[in-house]
Unconditional design. Sequence first.
Length: 140
Amino acid sequence: MQLPESSGDGTTTPTRRQLQGPRPPQLRVRKESHAIRKPPQSLPPQPVIIYAMSPKVIHNTVSDFISLVQRLAGSSSVGDVSPAARLASIERTSLTDREKDREVLISNDDDDDDVIQFLLYCLIYFMSMYNLSPKSQRLR
């Protein structure tokens, strides 16, 4: 460590301090560090559905799914049929082993809006699974 030099008149002149010995290498960012990314934020947990009553199981094939949605939503040409009558007509259909593998869960709730909303959600889900758009699959 160097001390400031003093002049003859009693004042001190500061000297410039410098590193003694070899200088450290310059800091650089390595190429591998450029690939480091912040991890994506995790999605919030999905809501848990708790049914007041057990859901109603309706067996159907994928090809008849749209017509099932239309029957349950009331978009068919049958006229004014109660939701209970619609469900009863669907239950009367016979089931093959292949059809049993494809089930659609529908809430046994009397509120038609919930059933329609659920079926529309299922319709959108299945259409996205098979890369279908409303224009590529004509509704009956």
